[in-house]
Design a protein around this ligand. Sequence first.
Ligand code: G3I
Length: 374
Amino acid sequence: MISSSPMRRGRRLVRLSVAVVVTGGLAAAGVVMSTGSATAQADTLGAAAAQSGRYFGAAIAPNFLGEADYASTLNTEFNSVVAENAMKWDATEPNQGQFSFSGGDAIVAHAQSQGMSVRGHTLVWHAQQPGWVQGLTGDSLRQAMVDHITGVASHYAGQIYSWDVVNEAFEEDGSRRQSNLQQQMGDGWIEEAFRAADAADPDARLCYNDYNLDGVNAKSDGVYAMVEDFLARGVPIDCVGIQTHLSQDSDLSTYQENLQRFSDLGVDVEITELDVGGSGSAQADVYRTVTESCVAVARCTGITTWGITDKYSWRGQDTPLLFDANYQKKEAYTAVLEALNAAGGASGERDDQPDAAAYDQMARRESVPVPGLV
Ligand code: G3I
């Protein structure tokens, strides 16, 4: 039995502010409620997800926001965003101690103007480190990591729903990736990163994010063990990001089971980088399964696709997204929308969202474990 970790400061505020966004999104998108019925049929992804208290987001790049089709598809269909590259270490601290937030700020400003929530990606990763980081050793690297987390997470404090604090730190066999971070700082670096993020932005949920966590496997076992250890020792962690880069042939036989076991352990799960190489009904079926899996797990709080259109996908030749290169909705889009709408009724609704009175009660009794919450 894992004991609950201490509630992180500010958690109450984040949950409430997200609830406001979700409520606003429902109204703005004009969800069609059938009178006298528990079911609703929304006609956009964001509104459909909001019916069960979830978000539906996209990874975006600030330089595309001036393209009319890009912006209108984003604004119409999605109610959450994440920076595909603009908040990474190389973009935000190109020289040590000199921060650059222009790209990230543009994304946050756009999101706020549209009532969207914002995911943060990513504070620490072995890839896309600026050159000056790669040469650091030992305590110099540790201090640089903490300073980076503090600088970026403080800048965006209060504006981020959840941060990918650490990205892709595990190998496929469940061991730690032997990156410069691991080799120079040893096992404790991930924990240190989470503690620094918690200090800098107590309102954000703090996630560990990785790929190939798409089932119960050696890699997800390794991450599970880390989360279990963090929760037992009170290391601040709130969520696991399941990236979900797939193909139409992917085996999803234990996908939902994996989401559920993390949820049962005491963290939220988020589908953070969903894309599915393929086309037609085979691609649509995989998207449908992922969406159905998320909405079946109460602590799966939302889905983000890794881009909007195949036109700008990092793997565009695989045509992996919900909108084609001409911004036309694909079969996969319809599958996702249907799955989200199917969860809009009583059966798929998230049951772990306390109301405001419950939050106030929790805030007064921080030492008392709250069922379903860490
Ligand atoms: O912006 C420059 C441009 O100025 C330059 O001319 C061009 C020349 O190569 O490079 C451009 O930057 C590229 C950037 O994408 C924007 O297109 C980088 O080289 C390229 O490395 C970068 O790739 C990104 C990749 O992460 C790098 O780590 C992808 O866009 C991005 O989709 C991908 O995202 C990752 C997640 O962060 C973590 N999970 C996996 C996922 C897919 O690889």
